[in-house]
Structure formats: structure tokens, C-alpha cells
Design a protein around this ligand. Structure first.
Ligand code: PCA
Length: 226
């Protein structure tokens, strides 16, 4: 139990009935692991909190149905989704999800298919949805708490246009219709072992699993009290 959680318990901020849906992703794009999956498997539920864990396939279309069903069945108070993003040594709390599925490389030369082999280019997620949704998590509080623990955490204003953005967008769209559910997304960097022997990846940019875990546990414990 972290200090944060204890303080929230003492203040009476923690409802016994609170439910948090925590999602991570399977490995994708030829890799053998995804730290977001390892984190979800290892994270522990704060006392009195029901933590529902789900590992999602890296598939645009299937994740929509899985999330819709989970939200319908479980009615979580909070959705926190995790995924992996390279090119940074920090945990990133995403602030914006956009209504677009797009696997196109930013130089326009090729499309990264999802794990089902589906290629999306500038495809709308929900025609009736907003162009974008903001995360409704207390993003600055989460970022500050994690940094205070000595783990690098930053805000990000784009979750990309691949399956992570898709999952963040679907969660936010469901939250916008639900009344009081809040939702958001966090990207974690590569693990050091994922960069070994990979010349195309910048090996300055990684984080140990223990630090990622500590960072996400701090977020979950904080969210238990909001
Ligand atoms: N990262 C990808 C999808 C799954 C994951 O972990 C992304 O950033 O879209």
C-alpha cells in the first residue's frame, strides 16, 4: 500500500465499491513482449478497489467490441488503458484521443497493419463521435505524483493514430455517454531488453519494468481516491 493510498483511506476518499478497468496490450509488430501487458499482470488492486484487468489484442475493430462489452457488464468508474510507445525515456500521460484510425507511416510510404492484418488509413472510428476527446483523468496530479517518486513522467498531446489512440478514443466516447465514468490512456517506453541488438531503435530511450510498475501503481492508488 502506498502512502498516497493510506492518506486517501484516512480521509475517507475511497469508496469500497469503486471499480477501475485497467487494460494493456499484447505484443505486436513482430515483438515478443509488451511492457503494458507485464504491468497489468503485476499491478495490485488498492484495498477496497475492484480492479478489472484485461489484455487487449492490437486490433482496431476487436478492441471496440471488447471495451463496449466490458463497460456494459462492469460499469467501471474509471478506465485506465496502457500501451507502449518508443522514442522516449518517459511514461506519458496522454491528453487527447482523435477520431481517426491510421496505420500510415508519417512519411506516407507504408501502412502498419494491426495484428489481424487490417490496414487503416484515415478511417473514422465513430461517425457520430466528436473529432477528439480529452482525457478526463486528473492528468497533472498523476504526472506530478509519479515525478515526485523519481520516475520520469510527462504529458503528451497525441496518442498517435494506431490502436492505442483507438482504445483511448473508444474509452473516452463511452465515458462521454456514461455520465460519471472517467477515462484516459498512458504510454510506457521500451524495456531495456527490447532495444538490445536493435540498431533502428534509440537505446537511450528505455525504462526498467520496476520503475514503470511503480509509476502505474502510484497512478492507480491516486485514482482510487478521486
Ligand atoms: N502500442 C501501440 C498499440 C499497442 C501498443 O502497445 C500504439 O501506440 O498504438
Amino acid at each position: 500500500m502506498t502512502e498516497e493510498f493510506k492518506k486517501n483511506m484516512e480521509k475517507g476518499n475511497i469508496k469500497a465499491s469503486k471499480k477501475i478497468l485497467l487494460t494493456g496490450f499484447e505484443a505486436f509488430n513482430g515483438r515478443t513482449l509488451n511492457p503494458s501487458q507485464l504491468i497489468v499482470e503485476r499491478i495490485t488492486a488498492p484495498e477496497g478497489i475492484q480492479l478489472i484487468k484485461r489484455i487487449l489484442p492490437v486490433e482496431f475493430d476487436r478492441t471496440t467490441g471488447i471495451l463496449e462489452e466490458l463497460v456494459k457488464k462492469e460499469s467501471p468508474d474509471i478506465i485506465l488503458s496502457l500501451g507502449q510507445a518508443g522514442n522516449s525515456p518517459y511514461i506519458h500521460v496522454e491528453r487527447v484521443a482523435i477520431n481517426m484510425d491510421n496505420g500510415m507511416y508519417s512519411d506516407g510510404t507504408a501502412v502498419l497493419a494491426d495484428s489481424a492484418g487490417v490496414e487503416k488509413v484515415d478511417s473514422v472510428i465513430f461517425p457520430e463521435g466528436e473529432n477528439a476527446y480529452f482525457s478526463t483523468l486528473p492528468v497533472w496530479d498523476l504526472i506530478r505524483k509519479v515525478n515526485e517518486a523519481g520516475i520520469g513522467c510527462r504529458a503528451s498531446y497525441s496518442a498517435g493514430t494506431y490502436v492505442c489512440n483507438h482504445v483511448m478514443y473508444v474509452g473516452a466516447h463511452l465515458a462521454s455517454k456514461s455520465g460519471n465514468m472517467i477515462s484516459g490512456f498512458v504510454h510506457v517506453p521500451f524495456l531495456p531488453e527490447q532495444l538490445q541488438g536493435k540498431k533502428e531503435l534509440d537505446n537511450r530511450y528505455s525504462m526498467e519494468l520496476d520503475d514503470m510498475l511503480k509509476g502505474i501503481q502510484i497512478m492507480i492508488d491516486y485514482l482510487a481516491g478521486v
